[in-house]
Design a protein around this ligand. Structure first.
Ligand code: UDP
Length: 244
């Protein structure tokens, strides 16, 4: 894929994207409001169909020190529940700015949200409702990055938009190395072989095997979600061919 306007996308928001960097954990309402506002503008202006997978790392991760000594499957279930908390915060913010939103969870919790049903999710998207996928894949030992890849494939999204704190993929950690270089485009195999931190290897492999592009971009730069959706050269495009 070269850069081009996208009609249906899957936006992946990590739990950290929800948190105030100066505070440990939790949800920063200003960040959630900003994301909701940009999504609302995009749907209004371009009619983009937007599904969102939210992470839970700001609250709990199954492989984190706070889960030390726990059974991994139980710890991962806690992590999956954490994503539901973020999803509800996002749903609230989206609906406050007038965007009809449905949360679908991979773990059944019918008083809180719809269960994940692919055909229903597709119908919501066609009606320009945002669908927020929560509770990951419902299975331990996976991540919400892998969930993003899997759900994007199921709903026929044209790309995964991975919003991060940095403005793309670098050859080294730009927070540590001042001379780190950013890629405009890179291919999946190079990401895997060079161990670049785009998404985990399971997620990257799924995207590579199914030709699903990823755009890694800085989430909180105002207007960025719209720029990526309109095909502007923002962040790093990860594809099977390095963008060719
Ligand atoms: N998780 C899981 N299965 C899934 C998705 C997530 O077990 O399909 C758990 C896992 O413990 C993970 C946590 O949920 O650490 C939060 O997800 P993730 O770490 O992907 O969140 P993010 O890094 O995006 O904030």
């Amino acid at each position: 894929m070269t850069r081009r306007p996208l009609k249906r996308v899957l936006l992946k928001l990590s739990g950290e994207a929800f948190s105030d960097p100066t505070v440990q954990g939790g949800i920063d309402p200003a960040v959630v409001r900003q994301v909701a506002g940009e999504v609302a503008e995009l749907i209004e202006a371009d009619g983009t169909e937007i599904a969102i997978v939210v992470g839970g790392g700001n609250i709990f991760r199954g492989n984190s020190p706070s889960a030390a000594g726990m059974d991994r499957s139980s710890a991962d279930q806690m992590g999956m529940l954490a994503t539901v908390i973020n999803a509800l915060a996002l749903q609230d913010a989206l609906e406050k700015v007038g965007v009809p939103t449905r949360v679908q969870t991979a773990i059944w919790m019918q008083q809180v949200a719809e269960p994940y049903i692919r055909r229903k999710a597709m119908r919501h998207l066609e009606k320009k409702r945002v669908v927020v996928f929560a509770a990951g894949l419902g299975a331990p030992y996976f991540t919400t990055d892998t969930t993003a890849a899997q759900r994007a494939l199921e709903i026929g999204a044209e790309a995964i938009l991975k919003g991060t704190q940095v403005d793309g993929v670098y050859d080294r950690d730009p927070k540590i190395h001042a001379d780190a270089e950013r890629f405009d485009e890179i291919d999946f195999l190079s990401v895997l072989n060079r161990g670049l931190r785009v998404m985990d290897a399971t997620a990257i492999s799924l995207c590579m095997d199914n030709d699903l592009p990823i755009v890694v971009f800085e989430l909180l730069r105002a207007g960025n979600i719209g720029r990526v959706v309109r095909g502007e050269a923002v962040g790093t495009l990860v594809t099977g061919t390095g963008g060719a």
